[in-house]
Write a protein that binds this ligand. Structure first.
Ligand code: ADP
Length: 302
């Protein structure tokens, strides 16, 4: 247990995985502290599953290294598996088992004797332990996988797109459960392609694009980024280059209507507008999704 306090929950340096010539991830550096709920966000194909599967030794890294609670992801993968709960993006179990048997099998693997925890979780997520796994809908299969990840009360939960296939009520139940587990000290690594989902629960996020980490941000500082969404109506279409000042991004002009994001000095924006035949103007705080996309695009350019 002292390990948990001394070492980062997850630490990678230059972690790289190629599928023959196809890049899965490249030079991924991560540091997740014990007790964090850490978001791992990026669009489909960014490399989230590859990172997770490499951390769990389901894939062998091409180069680079990773540690979980100080244990080497390649050499110590067995020891790591016992301390981690993993919810895969796609759920695949032996089909011909009843749900209760399947979970008992999983519990035995982790050396958990107590069926009480299984029953408590099954009740919470409304999982019927008597059904055949193969008869379940995709959403119900995913719920069984959620239980399998949670039932040994792991020190680290790694969730790959956890809400995919879950209905909103179950998603909310999962979020609540993760908060409770976290309050008891469980570190959570939460991958998703939807920022709004991650922002509800995570303190920090790493942003992944094209197999690389392009930024690590605190959710609160993402919110604080001084970004404004500007909408203008002009008396006539703007001259070409009229918006050529520092801080203007994502300019869209449709005849006399213009919109853009602005992260420059407010005085520069007012000076720009003062020189234009403005008939209407709206300035608003973009939502976090927009801030993120902006940041993400900028971050991805280098
Ligand atoms: P994400 O989980 O973010 O959707 P993945 O880790 O699944 O992204 O994929 C990252 C990249 O690796 C993608 O370009 C994907 O096509 C490629 N990739 C993933 N799995 C394989 C595989 N088994 N064989 C070849 N390429 C793969």
């Amino acid at each position: 247990m002292t390990d948990t306090a001394r070492h980062p929950a997850i630490e990678t340096r230059g972690l790289t995985k190629f599928y023959s010539k196809t890049r899965g991830i490249e030079d991924v550096d991560l540091a997740v502290e014990p007790g964090e709920i850490f978001g791992f966000i990026g669009p489909n194909g960014a490399g989230k599953s590859t990172t997770i599967r490499t951390l769990l030794s389901l894939l062998r890294p091409t180069r680079g290294e990773g540690r979980i609670f100080g244990l080497d992801i390649v050499r110590d993968s067995k020891a790591i598996k016992r301390r981690v709960g993993y919810l895969p993006a796609e759920v695949n179990y032996y089909d011909r088992l009843r749900v209760g048997e399947l979970l008992a099998y999983s519990a035995r693997f982790y050396g958990v004797e107590d069926g009480g925890r299984t029953r408590e979780l099954a009740e919470r997520f409304n999982v019927d332990l008597e059904r055949d796994f193969s008869d379940l809908s995709l959403g119900n299969k995913k719920k069984v996988a959620v239980l399998a990840a949670l039932l040994h009360s792991p020190e680290l939960l790694i969730l790959d797109e956890p809400t995919g296939g879950l209905d909103p009520l179950v998603q909310a139940r999962l979020t609540e459960t993760l908060r409770e587990e976290n309050a008891r000290g469980t570190t959570v690594f939460y991958s998703s392609h939807v920022l709004s989902e991650v922002q509800k629960i995570c303190g920090r996020v790493a942003i992944l694009k094209g197999g690389r980490v392009v930024g690590v941000e605190e959710i609160s500082s993402l919110r604080r980024k001084q970004l404004k969404r500007v909408r203008l109506s002009l008396a006539k279409p703007p001259e070409p280059g009229a918006f050529d000042i520092d801080g203007v991004h994502d300019l869209e002009v449709k005849d006399r209507d213009c919109r853009f994001l602005f992260d420059g000095r407010p005085g520069d924006l007012l000076a720009l507008l003062a020189g234009m035949p403005v008939t209407d103007v709206t300035l608003e705080e973009p939502d976090l999704e927009e801030i993120f996309l902006h940041f993400y695009r900028e971050g991805g350019e280098g």
